[in-house]
Design a binder for this molecule. Structure first.
Ligand SMILES: CC(C)(COP(=O)(O)OP(=O)(O)OC[C@H]1O[C@@H](n2cnc3c(N)ncnc32)[C@H](O)[C@@H]1OP(=O)(O)O)[C@@H](O)C(=O)NCCC(=O)NCCS
Length: 285
């Protein structure tokens, strides 16, 4: 059985992933131990397990808003030739798409570019040297996404998000505390479909070093189809990029089961905020 684990450097699985990466890149290929580890903390990592054994790895980082880079993409020697690379590339592409990537670049050692071409990546002809190896940058265009994600930096005009928040939290649920004191320090996400804002959320790096997600809202007609999970994944990726190893949020009780279902655990007592009970929930990235 092949299993995919997406994780940040705070995850308990990160040690297994770095051991696998060393086995491939240092022991087998003779690259320095530090190879592929710069910026590990702000990347999203993929560990692939085959029948419970670490078998392959990769990591994703954002270049610009919708341009992502996949690096250290490799299957460990005992697991090659079994189709794991093929499923891993499909997973990388699918995850990138879910996170709003429109343009995925992948660095491939020259001996492996034929494999990636077969899997649908295009050659760019751009080569660079990494230690004793030459890699080529390959690319996949994912700009056929049915929805697009864009991020507003702290201080930018968040009125498109406020409009959706007014619809959902104001009109639907009766909240009046919007905007609030975290908006000026938060990174705000907008998800568009056919040019309309259909979802939003934010990541607020708090002065005490914690990272709080919030104002997560999806227009009514899109709920229950997996979009909420994608929304939270995109917020978690942004939090990772900002340096988080854990995130928390105050969950409305009616949405609590959604958060429990996607890996969050309660971390406080219930409290009233606006018209509803909330409980803080957290997740290690
Ligand atoms: C909460 C919200 C973001 C969830 O988004 P969604 O699109 O409805 O949820 P998804 O379809 O992505 O659900 C993802 C998974 O969680 C499960 N899930 C969703 N809601 C659930 C619930 N109330 N109880 C149990 N599981 C739930 C889904 O079945 C799905 O499981 P699967 O991937 O195994 O099939 C969305 O419903 C929403 O915007 N609600 C209004 C605003 C709100 O409450 N925001 C949260 C503020 S704290």
């Amino acid at each position: 059985m092949t299993e995919f684990f997406w994780l940040g450097s705070g995850s308990p699985l990160f040690e297994e992933l770095t051991q696998l990466r060393h086995a491939i890149f240092t022991t087998e290929f003779g690259l320095p131990k530090s190879f592929g580890s710069s910026d590990d903390r702000t990347c999203l990592h993929l560990l692939v397990k085959q029948d419970g054994q670490p078998a392959a790895c990769a990591r994703l980082a954002r270049g610009m808003d919708s341009v992502f880079m996949a690096t250290t993409v490799a299957v460990a020697a005992p697991f090659r030739g079994k189709g794991i690379g093929t499923t891993m590339v499909a997973e990388l592409v699918e995850k990138s798409r879910r996170l709003g990537c429109e343009h995925l670049r992948l660095t491939a050692e020259l001996g492996t570019t034929a494999f990636f071409k077969k899997k649908g990546l295009l050659s760019t002809g751009i080569e660079c040297d990494v230690a004793d190896y030459t890699v080529e940058i390959m690319v996949a265009y994912l700009d056929d996404n049915p929805y697009q994600i864009s991020w507003l930096q702290p201080g930018q005009d968040i009125s498109p998000a406020l409009e959706l928040r007014r619809q959902v939290f104001g009109k639907e649920f009766g909240y009046t505390n919007d905007p609030d004191e975290l908006d000026p320090i938060a990174h705000t996400m907008l998800m568009y479909q056919d040019g309309n804002v259909v979802a939003c959320g934010r990541v607020a790096p708090l002065p005490d070093g914690r990272y709080k997600l919030g104002k997560i809202a999806l227009s009514g007609s899109l709920r229950g189809g997996g979009m909420g999970r994608k929304l939270v994944e995109a917020l978690e990726f942004k939090a990772l990029e900002l340096g988080a190893q854990e995130v928390f949020l105050s969950a409305r009780h009616p949405a609590m089961d959604f958060y429990l279902h996607i890996g969050y655990t309660p971390c406080g007592q219930p409290f009233m905020s606006g018209p509803e009970l909330h409980t803080d929930v957290k997740k290690t990235l």
